[in-house]
Design a protein. Structure first.
Length: 334
């Protein structure tokens, strides 16, 4: 059904294979009526149920349906069939921002433009009670016009996932971009954890490398938890000051997104995006729900994205990070 030339629901013609994970494949397709390109994520029902990821997929669909913003990949349609779930999404022709960073540091104005769009999108998510929890250049896509699109909400959490203390408790994400409190398996504020990841991305955009990377993974973890990094000499003083506020290992002292937006460097040339569309939330796509706890946090999410559930991997940030960064630049997977 997903072969080149195949037509899905008499509406979408598949024309290119884009990639695959453990239980999902992604194809490019064309809407036969509008001629518009879309990306279709094809999910195996059997694999999802077998791996106990039903609630995760439901949550991802719910999140994507509630986030209508120019800097977030849009979910257009969910098409269930007997054996598969088809997620029809916005197609980002420009690919991952990660690929641009691999070529080296970006010019300040270019980096600022991407960072502004990222912060605007993340703030939009937070205002709607959504915490991404796996922000990294691999999950930031670009359309044909270079507009940034936040993608992959497979590790996201909703405000309702908080426990009685008002915090999240599942350690998940990609280690090189993950906040110290999450690595150390402490209860954490999803907003502040996302802000930390944005700071690491900003550093990577301007430096072409990560702030905390070390080939010794225990040392890398120590650096993250102590926020030990050195800004390159070409970083403007305003950027250094901004990073010191974002990459503060104490989440209570970490700068807020509203404060980030008010800095002179962040505001320069920014056009705030205010497109907000409320949509009906309905993630029931026909699963036989075999997971009893609707708000149960993820235990094993490696099959959906390149982020990891870090539960059990970190003890006081001094244990070995499994499959961590593999180069002095940005990692493709961890």
């Amino acid at each position: 059904m997903e072969k080149k030339g195949a037509v899905l629901m008499e509406k979408y013609e598949v024309d290119k294979f884009l990639g695959q994970g453990a239980f999902a494949k992604v194809f490019r397709a064309r809407n036969l009526e509008t001629k518009k390109r879309v990306a279709i994520k094809v999910i195996s029902r059997e694999k999802v149920v077998k791996d106990g990821l039903v609630n995760q997929i439901k949550r991802e669909i719910t999140v994507m349906r509630m986030l209508k913003h120019p800097n977030i990949v849009q979910l257009y349609e969910v098409i269930p069939s007997r054996n598969k779930i088809y997620l029809v999404m916005e197609y980002a022709k420009g690919g991952e921002l990660f690929r641009k960073i691999l070529k080296g540091k970006l010019e300040e104005e270019v980096a600022r433009n991407y960072f502004q769009q990222l912060i605007t999108a993340v703030d939009f998510c937070h205002r709607r009670g959504v915490y991404h929890r796996d922000l990294k250049p691999e999950n930031l896509l670009l359309d044909e016009n270079g507009v940034l699109k936040v993608s992959d909400f497979g590790l996201s959490a909703l405000a309702e996932s908080k426990r009685q203390d008002g915090l999240l408790h599942t350690s998940c994400g990609t280690p090189c971009y993950t906040a110290p409190e999450v690595l150390c398996r402490k209860a954490y504020d999803g907003v502040k954890a996302d802000i930390w990841s944005c700071g690491v991305i900003l550093f990577a955009l301007l430096a072409g490398e990560l702030p905390f990377y070390d080939p010794n993974q225990t040392l890398m973890c120590r650096k993250i938890c102590a926020a030990e990094y050195i800004c390159p000499s070409w970083f403007p003083d305003e950027v250094k000051s901004l990073l010191s506020g974002i990459l503060n290992p104490d989440p209570d002292k970490r700068i807020l997104i509203s404060e980030v937006m008010e800095t002179c460097w962040s505001r320069d040339g920014l056009n705030y995006i205010t497109t907000i569309t409320e949509v009906e939330l309905d993630a029931d796509v026909g699963f036989d729900d075999r997971v009893n706890s609707e708000n149960k946090e993820l235990v094993d999410i490696t099959s959906l994205s390149s982020g990891l559930d870090l539960s059990g991997l970190f003890k006081h940030c001094l244990v070995r990070i499994v499959s961590a960064c593999s180069s002095s630049k940005l990692p493709t997977t961890v």
